[in-house]
Design a protein around this ligand. Structure first.
Ligand code: ADP
Length: 262
């Protein structure tokens, strides 16, 4: 069980400031959804959390700043699922998921490691293409394999960058249900950048809405997602309805402040 505290996090690419003094807390057994328009900084924040990027400020994982955690230990703790990944040549799906076990491996692969790979493949229903070459998979199949690789790693924190962007409705639900049940069963936490507000609201515990590299608002989806918020953050007129205590957003039209429509 871990919790993450982000304090005063700022980051810029070269001289351009992107993330500006962010503060966030993610509890264990919790999924935090990062939403916000394109370019608002979601991917950058996830990369800072996985220490791919080196921000100012602190990211505290269970009382310890991630700057002070060894690379191997951090790899055990954080499972990162990128938006996409280049296909390495001649590697099967099975082997690419097994790579997720690397932070745990001794000098040889154990029965336990192999069992973990089979377990996550069954969880995500991808066992049928276990021996296929990763480079031959569709975008959606690749996305599931990348998720399976992170799950096989058994991290305390899952960092997911738009994990459902290439998936159809059924596979989106399957992936979100799997993540939801793992977070609860293992008491881990997950931070997920996600565009689909309705899917997010169904499965996350908390949302953080990013706008221009700052946290515009954070909290429970039902109190956060109002028509006014959608308008000011996305520039979209929308209707927000409720279903089983969760908000559902129906976008109506984009608002262009400078344009006068007769
Ligand atoms: P989001 O995930 O919310 O779409 P990103 O974190 O990808 O946003 O991008 C935030 C901002 O950082 C954007 O303006 C983007 O152009 C810029 N950015 C992202 N990656 C790089 C990079 N490698 N070099 C320079 N600027 C970048």
């Amino acid at each position: 069980m871990v919790n993450i505290t982000i304090r005063g996090l700022s980051f810029g690419y070269r001289s351009r400031r992107i993330l500006k003094d962010l503060n966030l807390i993610v509890e264990d057994s919790e999924i935090l959804g990062l939403v916000g328009p394109n370019g608002s900084g979601k991917t950058t924040l996830i990369k800072c959390m996985d220490r791919i990027l080196k921000p100012a400020g602190s990211i505290i994982l269970d009382g310890q700043d991630i700057k002070d955690i060894s690379q191997r230990e951090l790899a055990r703790q954080m499972g990162y699922v990128p938006q996409s990944s280049p296909a390495p040549p001649n590697i099967t799906v099975f082997d690419s998921i097994l790579m997720g076990r690397r932070p745990h491996l001794g000098w040889r692969v154990s029965e336990n490691d192999l069992d973990k790979v089979v377990e996550v493949m069954e969880m995500l229903h991808i066992e049928d293409f276990a021996m296929k070459d990763f480079s031959e998979l569709s975008g959606g199949q690749r996305q599931k394999v990348l998720i399976a690789r992170a799950l096989a790693q058994e991290p305390s924190v899952l960092l997911l960058d738009e994990p459902t962007s290439n998936l159809d409705m059924k596979h989106q639900l399957e992936v979100m249900e799997t993540i939801r049940s793992l977070v609860l069963a293992r008491g881990i936490s997950a931070v997920m950048a996600i565009h689909d507000l309705n899917l997010a609201c169904r499965f996350v515990d908390k949302l953080a809405i990013l706008k221009d590299g700052t946290i515009h608002a954070a909290g429970e989806p039902s109190s956060l997602l109002t028509e006014e918020t959608i308008r000011s953050v996305y520039g979209v007129e929308a209707v927000v309805m409720g279903h089983m205590d969760r908000p559902y957003v129906v976008p109506l039209r984009s608002l262009n402040e400078g344009l006068v429509c007769e």
